[in-house]
Design a binder for this molecule. Sequence first.
Ligand code: SF4
Length: 315
Amino acid sequence: MQKSSWKYSYNPSLFTSALNTPSWERVEGTQYLEVTHGCAHNSCRFCTYYKRTPFKPSTDKEIERSLKYLSLVDAKTPIKRIFLQGADPFVLSYDRLMEIREKLFSTLPNLESIGGYGRMTDICNKSVDQLKSLHEAGFTDFFFGVESADDALLKFVNKGYDADTLWEQGMKMHESGMPWRAVIMLGLGGHGWGESHPLKTAEFFSATQPSVIGIVSLTLIYDQYTHMFPPLYEDMRNGTFVEAGELERYEELKCFIEHLDCETVVAGQHSTMPYWIAGRMPRDKEKVLEKIDWVLENGDEQHMRSFRDMGVQDT
Ligand code: SF4
């Protein structure tokens, strides 16, 4: 008999948007609970994912209904981790997260940890002591879409916070000791943006030390869920935004890796990355740089572009 996996136990009717997780959170033993609908910001100029889902916290009734389902799943396949759904469930207050935590741990006897996506501004409503306490209570490895620490670039893509806020909240996470993960987005400023993006982002991550840094590459496409194009795509069409070249993005990555100075894992294994780049830092730094150099010497712009387009269509 085929062993059950997350694909068979995930129930889309309990969610207001498509399941949204990094690949490593789609494994047996991990399940999902929608505690917020949509995105509290919903205005990044490269993103359409939650455009048709207004932000609101889930009600107790909605959460109870999902918990009943999760309890049934747990009886067949023990649930060890919950990856909260919504663009940024970490926006909920400390008290609300703790309430949800109590419900989860009392319903799921095998539960070990709770994660989800977060925006860096979600940290603003929590003190360092509260972050410590959340970590002790089982919250860990939230995944934050940092994208860049370049103030001008954050403004350009309307990320909803500036570099000062990013630094302040990032340092709180680091001080709290709660392991966290983050993303850098290559090509975010478009063609010719320059080194400020990789340099400033490497400086930020070196100081704040996320345990994993995901690497993705800006890809402006039609969103099959919302039936929309992102605003930056429209800029591209009218010629006010020129996409970064494929090799230009790997030049950014090289600069980022060269200046990254902390213990972490870099994970550029994403459908937007034509050549996957991964390694433990600083141990694998030279190997990772060698691979990027290989890409820069041998990569073909058109081939990489079509590979990236195909990869995105498949996700
Ligand atoms: S990128 Fe993240 S924070 Fe920005 S609008 Fe999309 S879901 Fe919200």
